[in-house]
Ligand binder design. Structure first.
Ligand code: PLP
Length: 376
């Protein structure tokens, strides 16, 4: 028997989350964001659940090839554009749309030989200060692109730094509106947080959502603004479950410690369970004693340090637990139970994004499609 750890990708949850995001932005088209191998879910495994989107957006040219290989003929957008001139050949061949965020990318386009002119998303730096043209340089970049025979259509995009927090989106939106005002072309601003949190009223929200929204994390069932709001608050379901089993039971006397560094000491006699899951599986090593975990669907806590291949859990609330009892590290558990990945990430001082993306290659992954009909 293989080691009992197992990840599951829930196709139905991806579909529902996407529908939820569509409902939040009814006037906009939706990019499914599948960078970082679909936030660790696997592009091929997530595809069935996300193919109802209007397009797929990602960073890596190899990932764009994988989306086309799955048979997707609709829009594919490279969010960082191309990294060197010859990447443009692949854009022409696979009909990829690409971001343009710097002068070099315009230079490369101007030298590119193509029969089919490209659709590009010109990126404005509205305050994030990562990629994009500064507001005062934006119109000149637009004029240069518009004059190129290699360019067919120019859309406008920017990215928010604070859509999930109290600073919000208003200041960056004002910069974007000023820089793009009067220019033709579609517009895209919103990540998950901006898509779900919206603007000040219905009309403002519609303007914020513009032509295309770009929700990533929410489609995978994690709240972009946790702990202010939970995934359940936004009507999102976990698309990834990490599950394992108890492989050992330890009886601790008062004063006994557990794990490396003896960081947890029992105050009274207690039972601890040893779970086949450690940081080499992608579980965060920094998760302290008290990080939530489900044993047979019952919420309990980790004890002591996370090892490479194992971690310990408190079995006090689960007296019937024995070797073989199922453990849910995050996601959907037995009997309708659920452990939001955001709860685990928060306890470990990180975000759901990082845990999803860190799922280790050694963990076997299956896809569960509860709604799929058996083929006749
Ligand atoms: C990753 C990314 C997104 C999605 O962000 P989430 O917070 O996961 O919704 C949107 N736009 C760009 C440019 C990105 O790089």
């Amino acid at each position: 028997m293989p080691r009992p750890i197992q990840a599951t990708i829930h196709t139905g949850a991806l579909r529902r989350n996407l529908a939820r995001l569509r409902a939040a932005a009814p006037g906009a088209r939706v990019w499914a964001i599948v960078k970082a191998n679909a936030y660790g879910h696997g592009i091929e495994r997530a595809y069935e659940g996300l193919r109802g989107a209007d397009g797929f957006a990602l960073l890596d040219l190899a990932e764009a090839e994988r989306i086309r290989a799955l048979g997707w003929r609709g829009p594919v957008l490279l969010l960082e554009g191309v990294f060197e001139p010859r990447d443009l050949e692949l854009c022409s061949r696979l009909n990829l749309w690409h971001a343009v965020h710097c002068d070099e990318q315009i230079d490369w386009l101007a030298m590119h030989k193509t029969h089919q002119p490209h659709r590009v998303f010109l990126k404005l730096n509205s305050g994030m200060n990562r990629l994009g043209f500064a507001p005062q340089r934006y119109r000149a970049a637009h004029a240069r692109l518009a004059a190129l025979p290699q360019v067919e259509e120019i859309s406008h995009m920017t990215h928010f730094s604070d859509a999930d927090g109290p600073r919000g989106t208003a200041a960056q939106r004002a910069v974007f509106d000023r820089a793009t005002s009067g220019l033709p072309g579609e517009r895209s601003l919103c990540n998950s947080a901006a898509t779900l949190r919206g603007g000040t009223d219905e009309a403002d929200t519609r303007a914020l959502h513009a032509d295309w929204v770009r929700p990533g994390i929410a489609s995978y069932g994690s709240a972009p603004d946790f702990p202010e709001h939970s995934a359940a608050h936004w009507g999102l379901r976990p698309a990834m479950t990490l599950a394992s089993r108890l492989i050992g039971i330890t009886h601790m006397a008062a004063g006994d410690s557990i794990g490396y560094g003896s960081t947890f000491t029992a105050e009274q006699p207690m039972r601890a369970g040893i779970v086949a899951c450690g940081y080499a599986d992608g579980y965060p090593r920094h998760a302290p004693t008290g990080t939530p975990v489900l044993v047979d669907g019952v919420r309990t806590r980790t004890l002591g340090r996370i090892s490479m291949d194992m971690l310990a859990v408190d079995l006090t609330p689960v007296p019937a637990a024995a070797v073989g009892t199922p453990v849910t590290l995050w996601g959907q558990g037995p009997n309708g139970s659920c452990l939001p990945i955001d709860d685990v990430a928060h306890a470990a001082g990180t975000v759901g994004y990082e845990l999803m993306c860190a799922l280790a290659p050694r963990v076997p992954v299956t896809v569960e499609d509860a709604e799929a009909r058996p083929s006749a």
